[in-house]
Design a binder for this molecule. Sequence first.
Ligand SMILES: [Zn+2]
Length: 356
Amino acid sequence: MNEDKATRYHRLGRQASILSTAWSLVLLSGLLLTGASGALRVWASSASSLIGAAGNPSAIVAFYVLVLSLIVDAAMLPLGFYKGFFLERRYGLATETTGHWLKDHLKAVAVGLLFAEIGALFVYATLRHWPGAWWAMSGLAYSAVIIVLVNLAPVVLLPLFYTFKPLEKDTLRDRLTALAAQAGTSIKGVYEWTLSDRTKKANAALTGMGRTRRILLSDTLLAEYSDDEIEVVLAHELGHHIQRLRGIEGRVRQAQEARPSAANALSVRLELQADCYAGIWGHSTAERQILEAGDVDEALSAAASIGDDRIQRMSGRGVQPESFTHGSSAQRVEWFKRGFESGDLDTCDTFARGTD
Ligand SMILES: [Zn+2]
């Protein structure tokens, strides 16, 4: 794939995301302004009497949310298909069939509907019982649910869509577990994540909390990269974890929203900092010699290829810096080395002036 094609793939993907957000806003305000939402409320009310729960507020909310969700899902389907399937297929990244994609999509709709129903029923119940404090009650419950979901997602939600099995490479598993411990995170398992039945993209993730905290490595990653490279990939992901803990990521996201023209430059700095943190873990691991001898550059480009950046690394042509959100190879190696040599978080201030 050449650079123009890669850039186009990213641009089309971004445009589809913006269009989805705009379209859902138009759709929801349209339903409100045209009175369709009111009509749906009236219908939900009569539907509640059909099941012998006439006037029951929870039944009305449940019917309303059911139909609203189905309308929104149906309206969003073409764009979702375009971005999630058509683009991936067109640019040679998808390995799945239309039927497989549709099955996953329907499962996602069902799970989404379940959460929408529970959420709406709860919010309306608090509105009825605590009219003065419903927002506080709902806010608290929402935070609690997020914490539970983050814990349960790797165990309950992800297996609905993907197949996982414990990683069979013992040395790699031990190296990654030790690396995570260095970064202050205790890992309860390393799993192989089957993605090759749907995409050629490599992926890795650190998911869950507490007892469900685990590392997921896609089979596409394991097939294509050496253990050393995978270790650097995880070190980079752990760098992002530290950024979240220190509130850096949140501040950068806010700054990006406030100043969209600087969004890419900020993203580069965030990525370079994760590289610098990755260097710090390299500094303190037993694999120091291996990393020192190995090609850091290659390992870092493996880290950059995680997620949708992969497509840019696959391109054979010249680099267009503005389309990269990870920084150039030279910048990445420089920051990795800075962390590697100092072993000190404070040397990783990529946001200070004059670091370009
Ligand atoms: Zn990154």
